[in-house]
Design a protein around this ligand. Sequence first.
Ligand code: CA
Length: 232
Amino acid sequence: MNKSLILVVEDDASVRNLITTTLKANGYRYQTAANGEMAVSDAASYNPDIVLLDLGLPDMDGMEVIRKIRSWSNMPIIVISARSEDQDKIGALDEGADDYLTKPFSVEELLARIRVAQRRLMLAGQHVSENSSVFENGELRIDYAAGIAWMQGEELHLTPIEYKLLCLLSKNVGKVLTHNYITECIWGSSWENDVASLRVYMATLRKKLEAKGGKNHSYIQTQIGVGYRMVK
Ligand code: CA
């Protein structure tokens, strides 16, 4: 259970070292980011289990980082901040942070918060695995365990990448996934070329959905300049 990957976002090197030393000593894996821009891109690249986020960052307000991550992911975010005012806590929680730790904090308190987030993740995971082996959305059906998708009862013949795209969109149904996030998930990188290929794969995937009767309902919506979303 302690193999979780934790993204540590903190510009103060001494606090960052304290956190990473603690994580290492307790068997956690970690990545570090020293500013908001790195935090957002690392969250997409590494898909960490938990984010520890300092609110006072040099380039971007921590609130903005929460907003950006929340636009495509529900990963647990524990805010760490020197600001002890209630308003900041409420603001961070309103933006979608899961928990809050005020500096100075003890190592034990930090570890306890991480364990709480892990337990929540485990419970959420159990919930998902019980209910998610078959996905249904209108006329679209996906059996994740069997690796097969149907439209109006007819099997879709998808290439491995088209199938991966369909699964990624379905598992995040209703949410906009950015080009970068999708290419990171599918190809593990996000070069310009991948975004161009993504457009091509998305177009063929859509054609296949439409050919099997998905025409009446547009399952995949394009968010121009941002990414794609599967419509419920
Ligand atoms: Ca700071």
